[in-house]
Design a protein around this ligand. Structure first.
Ligand SMILES: CC(C)=CCC/C(C)=C/CC/C(C)=C/COP(=O)(O)O
Length: 297
């Protein structure tokens, strides 16, 4: 029944396997809590997020394949065997500390995230509900990938004959490299696993790409979108297309089962802010004369 691979991460994201079901319901499937490091997500407090006479548990239910897809909540009266003196006297692990309201809210958000992501992952496999659209979404995946963007920018730089064009392309190159570095750093720190139903058949990945938070496609799409809108003079329909492209690239990450919704939402925010960084450190013949001198040789 639903064994989940062990979780080594110390981050709040990946749920860990519970050594025993959180609830003892006959015929119930195993329940795995959102608490980092395993155990129950349980709140026992007077006022605040819990209540004095009851204990509230929030648990994520896992399917046989190990994928998290549901949330169960239950309320137990204080007279339940678990809180009886005899039970308390038993030797065993010390009770987990009372989680704060923020922790409970975060857990609920993550549970909703997992559930929504699973529902939206309609192209996660060939045999998924919208499996026939998978090739199209994989094309979108390539359109937001780092390799074509880096290759295209380098090619443009090599061909560009106008100083203004070169300046914009050099900054785009800087933006793309900055994006890869920042995403790798955050992925390496957070180490959130990709959804269990994701097929690792992605176009060119680097080591940290086994992690999913944030979506590198979403950061790149948002950053490039802002960059293009600021530096290219485009007719309104084209500007709308650029924004749509960025949005669809992000959505397609969830539909392909590559990411959870929060990976993409955070990716969009991070990409948006990355462009602000690029604008702040804009490379120009004035701010980086040596770089431009080398390039112009
Ligand atoms: C020069 C150099 C280090 C190029 C690396 C380009 C590269 C392989 C970027 C990674 C792109 C990628 C697979 C990002 C993952 O996107 P997610 O949306 O799945 O996070």
């Amino acid at each position: 029944m639903g064994q989940v691979p062990p979780n080594k991460s110390t981050t709040p994201f990946p749920p860990s396997p519970s050594p025993r079901p959180a609830l003892s319901i006959p015929h119930a499937r195993p329940l795995v809590s959102m608490v980092t490091g395993g155990g129950r997500a349980e709140s026992r407090e007077a006022g605040g997020c819990g209540s004095g006479s009851t204990s509230t548990s929030t648990s994520i239910e896992r399917s046989r394949s190990g994928a998290t897809y549901g949330v169960l909540s239950h309320t137990m009266p204080s007279s339940s065997p678990r809180s009886s003196p005899a039970r308390r006297a038993e030797p065993g692990p010390s009770p987990s500390p009372t989680p704060s309201c923020t922790a409970v809210a975060l857990r609920s958000l993550l549970a909703a995230d997992l559930q929504a992501s699973r529902r939206l992952g309609v192209c996660a496999g060939e045999r998924s509900a919208w499996g026939s659209a998978r090739p199209l979404l994989r094309l979108l995946e390539v359109s937001g990938h780092g390799v074509p963007w880096l290759a295209g920018t380098l090619y443009g730089l090599g061909r560009s004959e106008s100083p203004a064009g070169r300046e914009v392309l050099l900054n785009l190159l800087f933006a793309l490299v900055l994006d890869i570095v920042l995403v790798a750093v955050v992925k390496g720190l957070v180490r959130r696993r990709r959804p269990t139903y994701n097929k690792m058949d992605m176009f060119v990945t680097i080591s940290v790409d086994k992690y999913s938070f944030p979506s590198g496609h979403a950061t790149r799409a948002a950053m490039v979108c802002r960059f293009v809108l600021h530096h290219l003079v485009l007719a309104i329909p084209l500007r709308v297309l650029v924004v749509l492209w960025a949005f669809i690239v992000g959505l397609s990450r969830v539909m392909l089962g590559r990411h959870n919704v929060t990976d993409v939402v955070f990716g969009f925010i991070m990409g948006y802010m990355q462009y602000s960084l690029v604008k702040y450190f804009w490379l120009s013949p004035l701010s980086a004369p040596t770089l431009f001198a080398i390039w112009n040789q």
